[in-house]
Structure formats: C-alpha cells, structure tokens
Design a protein around this ligand. Sequence first.
Ligand code: NAP
Ligand code: MG
Length: 401
Amino acid sequence: MSKIEMKTPLVEMDGDEMTRIMWKMIKDDLILPYVDLKSEYYDLGLKNRNDTDDQVTVDSANATKKYGVAVKCATITPNAARVEEYDLKKMWKSPNGTIRAMLDGTVFRAPIIVKGIEPYVRNWTKPITIARHAYGDLYKNTEMKIPGPGKVELVYTPADGGEEQRALVHEFKGAGVAQGMHNLDDSITGFARSCFNYALDTKQDIWFAAKDTISKIYDHRFKDIFAEIFEAEYKDRFAEAGIEYFYTLIDDAVARVMRSEGGFIWACKNYDGDVMSDMVSTAFGSLAMMTSVLVSPHGYWEYEAAHGTVQRHYYKHLKGEPTSTNSVATIFAWSGALRKRGELDGTPELIEFANKLEKATIDTIESGKMTGDLARITTLPNPTQLGTEEFILAIAENLEA
Ligand code: NAP
Ligand code: MG
C-alpha cells in the first residue's frame, strides 16, 4: 500500500520524559507506516532547550507561523529541582508560555469521549470544550497590603499629557488589602476571534460568560467586545453553519453547563477558565483523555495533550519497570494536526487517515483494551490492562484492520 502524501510540512515539537518515549512509539507504530510524513522537527526536550539557550522554542514558534500547523509533545517547565536535575544554565520559561505569547493564541481543551469511561455528570454525553483567555486580570495584577487608615485610588495618567483620571477604590478605616487589574482591548478581541473561529471550525455553539451586572465597566467591556466582533465579522457565517453565540452571566452559565448534555465551547475569562477547566477535566474522568489546541487569531494551530510529561511513570520506565501510560491525548494531538494539515492543503486522504486513527484508538478502548488509568475507572466488565507500547500496538492492529 502506498503511503499518504503530504503537500506541506507540519511543525513537530518533541518533548520530555514519558511523553517523549510515547512520541516515538506513536510515530513509529501509528503514523510512519501510513503517512509519508513531512515535518520540520524541533527538539524541545529540556536538554536541547538548555543547549540552545531556549532558541529552539522560539524557532519552533516561528516555524509554526510559517507552516500554520504544529504538534507538540509535553515538555518540562523547569523549577528549582529541574535546574539541578538537568544542570541548567537558568530556569528557562515554560515553552507553552513562550509559544503562546508568540502566536497570540487561545487554548481550547476538550475531553475525548469513549464508552465505558463515564463522566461524573451523567447528562454530559458530549464533550465540553473550555477556552481560557490567557492574558491579564488576576494573573497580571498589582496587590498591596494596606496597613491602616488611608485612601486607595486608581489613577490613570495619559501618555499624551491629557487630563488625569482618578477613582476612589476605598477609604480605609483600618488595615486591609487592595489590588489593581487590567486587560487590553487587543487581547480580548484576539480571544473573541479565536473563539468564534474555533466554533466555526468544530461546528459547535459557543458560550461566553462574565459578571457584567456587577463589574459594569471591566467585565462589561468583555461582553461588548465579543458582541461587536460577533456582529461585525461572524454573525452570517454562524447562521450559515447553523451554530450560535450565546452570552450569559457566569453564575447562570455554570448552572446551565451542569444541566446541559455538552457539545459546545465554553469561553471563559482567565480566572474562570483556570478553575472551570480543572472541574470539567476531572468530571470527564481522566487528564490523559484531554486534548488541547492553541488557536491563534492569525490562523495558526498547535495541537498537544493537556497533561504533562508523566514524570512518575518515566522514572519507573528508566528503572526498567513496566509502565501503562495513556497515549490517547498525544495520539489525538497528532490526528488533530494531520487533519488540520489536510484541511488547509486540500488533501482528503490525510483527513480520512486522522479520522481512522481516532476511531481505531476509541475502538481499542471500547473493546476493553486500555491503560491502567482507564482500567481503574471504566464501567466495562473485565478490562484488559495493557502496557504503554502494548496499548499503542493494539491500536495499530485495529488501524491495520
Ligand atoms: P502530569 O505529567 O500531567 O502527571 C500527573 C499525574 O497524572 C501522573 O503522575 C499520572 O498519575 C497522571 N497522568 C497524567 N498523564 C497521564 C497519562 N498520559 N497516562 C497515565 N497517567 C497520567 O503532571 P506533573 O507530574 O505535575 O508534571 C510533570 C511535568 O510535566 C512537569 O515538569 C511539568 O512542568 C510538565 N507539564 C507540562 C505540560 C505541557 O507541556 N503542556 C503540562 C503540564 C505539566 P499517577 O502517577 O497517579 O499514575
Ligand atoms: Mg487550574
């Protein structure tokens, strides 16, 4: 059988630890036998990031701007322990942070749904995709401990020497705390566009929620920007695609999400997204079944698993002990990137292959063959727990058939 041709390369970002081990298995057993893979390879493993003074991360993001599609393996974000473990020159920044800042994107996280892994919320029969705005608010705030009586104000000094604006935060009668937060029209606009683009791409409704009744200027600005961008650029395309944009208050959104059957994108402000993505991913069963895609408003797509490098399993692997690490989210990162490549290049064989790879993966689990994390929570009777590579080979067998 001849292999599927690719017209344009995709950017391949290799990573660390157990996910790096699985990366090679996925390529060797599931991709390379079927696809004449064209990829521009960047080694984002921590050693190479250190050797290149992290230039490789920047290069990989620039390559993503050039080719439009990337697939990324999980990578270590160094902390003090890692600086010692890898003898690092410095505590390099999170590659995801660097790439996100360069592509100016929004991260969408969606669970992979299979029979036998039932969500804790019974009525969630379809995936709920969370989009988190990853700029500003609480995460770029300025805080102050207020020691005693006195006045706290917000002061805006225009750069062009115009008139100063002041607003009283609080007239303190005793000790307390205060904080200042900000966001940018540009960032909110980019977020809105990424959300609307992804809704069109995946043909799902999109919900957005804030607390505009209480925060009449700050949160209201988010609501207004979403409404303006939607009216001006997306309304007709949404109608054509048969999908909806829906705005409501955050507390009403939470109530509706709990009652829903899923099948939509939930766009969240930064803090809401931080909190709700953990709730939603836990409720769907396993972090190892959560995909993640960075969508840039400029039309770049970077696919990855939502989980990390699974360090604990890697140390077992290094000691020669058997592991049963779940490769599903990493496989779906590959299928997502290949499908997007196929869509952009107009190569239906590649799209079809991506669909088949995903189906083979889901069928494998639904036939009772799965890794330990799923075997522990499945409702299927007598599941067979497979090792890391055994599971990938079981998928390969299905794919072959
Ligand atoms: P993690 O790698 O997500 O793993 C945490 C635990 O979740 C694992 O120990 C394992 O539980 C379970 N788990 C996660 N993925 C799994 C999978 N595919 N199959 C089976 N079980 C899985 O998080 P971490 O241990 O906190 O972080 C490890 C490294 O990953 C850190 O250096 C961090 O910086 C990095 N990280 C990278 C990314 C990214 O690149 N996007 C994201 C998050 C973290 P058990 O041990 O109980 O089996
Ligand atoms: Mg969180």
